[in-house]
Ligand binder design. Structure first.
Ligand SMILES: Cc1cc2nc3c(=O)[nH]c(=O)nc-3n(C[C@H](O)[C@H](O)[C@H](O)COP(=O)(O)OP(=O)(O)OC[C@H]3O[C@@H](n4cnc5c(N)ncnc54)[C@H](O)[C@@H]3O)c2cc1C
Length: 456
């Protein structure tokens, strides 16, 4: 019997790391799936694009051995990693007091100490960062924004500007809209070490890009029929099955579904019966991640340089990606794109203006990027909860509703907001679906069938 004859065991909505991992895990458990992806590619908020001889990551990039799920996958498929090359002999600076201040090794050590001070509540709030629970929180830190928590930090103006820039970078949105607990959590996940946290956030990447890893996982999802260009518009469920309707009118029916839509996108699909009020409210208010990452080609060899800038600047981090005598590629992060004088990725003059406070005199030649916040299938960047959302929405976003199981990097247990969290959520959802189907008497495919691909 094929999927065509019997229908799949599960429909997976979304082909990012969460959905593709769920598809592979279901295959490993002898379950068949149809995976529906709206885009013409897998990867979702990871996107490796070829440009000027580089495999540029327009979305998720950095991975680290501290992230157990993604690292296990890297190991499993023998995917090559590299330390971000520019860390060698890197000139580090911060915009402070209206000028660019170069940082000595001592300054950097002090800055990392200041960040550790900022994150210190992570020790008591997240004593077991890989578990679902957190707290107790007698001081109400869960409702505190990164900005409010910054006001409690007693350090020099230079260090404060550095930590503020780091807040902007992680929030990737206005820091008064991002929860301070997001920093505490990642600090805890990094072994309660600010130094390890910085390494986890931006030191190691995949040589051929994230597309190699997701491709390897997808290739092993042999019992999944992966359909690109298949946007879902409506999902209904009753006592017997789930019915998924695509925008072209096609429908697929299965006993279960795994929904991997980003939190900000959940409300763009119609659910009948409607999703829980908490899920709908979370999707309507969105998470705070709304920044802009892009690659900028500039004239001349600017060497290995990284400049941070506090929130008042329209660019909050610029770091060399590659450089030679012909010119340099930079990666640019802007936490508040509304502040950018640049209006589109063609706006060379706007980007040049935005970069001047960080790299005076720099001359921009071209820009490559992806506008995640206006991408209808993402509506935001990585997931950074607003104050209060950790307690109010996280448990519910993961909660099964009838035959619908939920997986996403936006609601995973530990490295939420990361590729690692998306993979973790894919593992969990596949296990839960398999247990559900077993309890409902749905048999798995025989081991012989597992070895024969059933994709069309
Ligand atoms: C700019 C940027 C930089 C980042 N940097 C890092 C980093 O360095 N390291 C790191 O670990 N993480 C990073 N992240 C976060 C990481 O990329 C995400 O957390 C992770 O990829 C989320 O995976 P997911 O499968 O949960 O969601 P997604 O990847 O968003 O997958 C969901 C899928 O659902 C699809 N979809 C949406 N609507 C529909 C529909 N109606 N029908 C069918 N399909 C639909 C989408 O197209 C998408 O493919 C970054 C993200 C961004 C945007």
């Amino acid at each position: 019997m094929s999927i065509k004859d019997s229908g799949p065991d599960v429909v997976i909505v979304g082909g990012g790391f969460a959905g593709v991992t769920a598809a592979r895990e279901l295959t490993e458990r002898g379950r068949s799936a149809v995976l529906l992806e709206a885009r013409d590619r897998l990867g979702g908020r990871t996107y490796t694009a070829d440009h000027d001889g580089h495999a540029m990551e327009l979305g998720g990039t950095w991975v680290h051995p501290l992230q157990p799920h993604v690292w296990a996958e890297i190991d499993r498929y023998g995917v090559e990693t590299e330390t971000f090359p520019v860390l060698e002999g890197l000139r580090q600076a911060v915009v402070s007091g209206g000028r660019v201040v170069d940082l000595s090794d001592d300054d950097i050590a002090q800055a990392i100490d200041a960040l550790a001070q900022y994150c210190a509540p992570g020790t008591t709030l997240f004593p077991e960062p890989y578990s679902e629970t957190w707290g107790p929180d007698p001081d109400g830190l869960g409702d505190r924004s990164m900005r409010q928590h910054l006001e409690t930090l007693n350090v020099t103006p230079l260090l404060r500007d550095w930590v503020e820039a780091m807040c902007s970078l992680l929030a990737f949105g206005p820091i008064d809209q991002a929860a301070a607990t997001e920093y505490f959590r990642i600090y805890a996940l990094s072994g309660w070490s600010a130094e390890q946290m910085l390494a986890a956030l931006s030191a190691t990447k995949l040589v051929k890009g994230t597309r190699e890893l997701i491709g390897a996982i997808a290739a092993q999802a042999r019992l999944a029929d992966i359909r690109l260009n298949s946007p879902v518009r409506r999902i209904t469920q009753n006592d017997d099955h789930v019915r998924v309707e695509l925008t072209d009118g096609d429908t697929i029916t299965a006993p279960t579904a795994v929904i991997t839509l980003p939190m900000n996108v959940l409300n763009t699909v119609e659910f009948d019966p409607p999703l829980s009020q908490t899920k709908r409210t979370a999707s309507a208010e969105r998470h705070a991640g709304a920044g802009m990452k892009c690659y900028v080609r500039v004239k001349g060899d600017i060497g290995n340089v990284a400049v941070l800038a506090p929130e008042a600047q329209s660019v909050n981090w610029v770091v060399t990606y590659d450089h030679d005598a012909n010119g340099s590629w930079l990666i640019v992060f802007a936490a508040n794109p509304k502040r950018l004088p640049m209006k589109s990725f063609d706006d060379i003059a706007g980007m040049q203006e935005a970069l001047q406070p960080l790299l005076p005199g720099v001359e921009v030649e071209s820009i490559v990027g992806w506008d995640w916040s206006n991408d209808p299938h993402a509506l935001g960047t990585w997931c950074i909860y607003r104050p209060g959302q950790l307690a109010q929405v996280l448990p519910e976003l993961r909660t099964t509703e009838g035959r619908l199981f939920f997986a996403s990097g936006d609601s995973s247990e530990s490295w939420r907001s990361f590729i690692d969290g998306a993979i973790e959520s894919g593992y969990h959802s596949a296990r839960h679906v398999d247990e559900y189907l077993t309890a409902a008497g749905h048999q798995t495919l025989s081991p012989a069938r597992l070895n024969s691909p059933i994709k069309a």
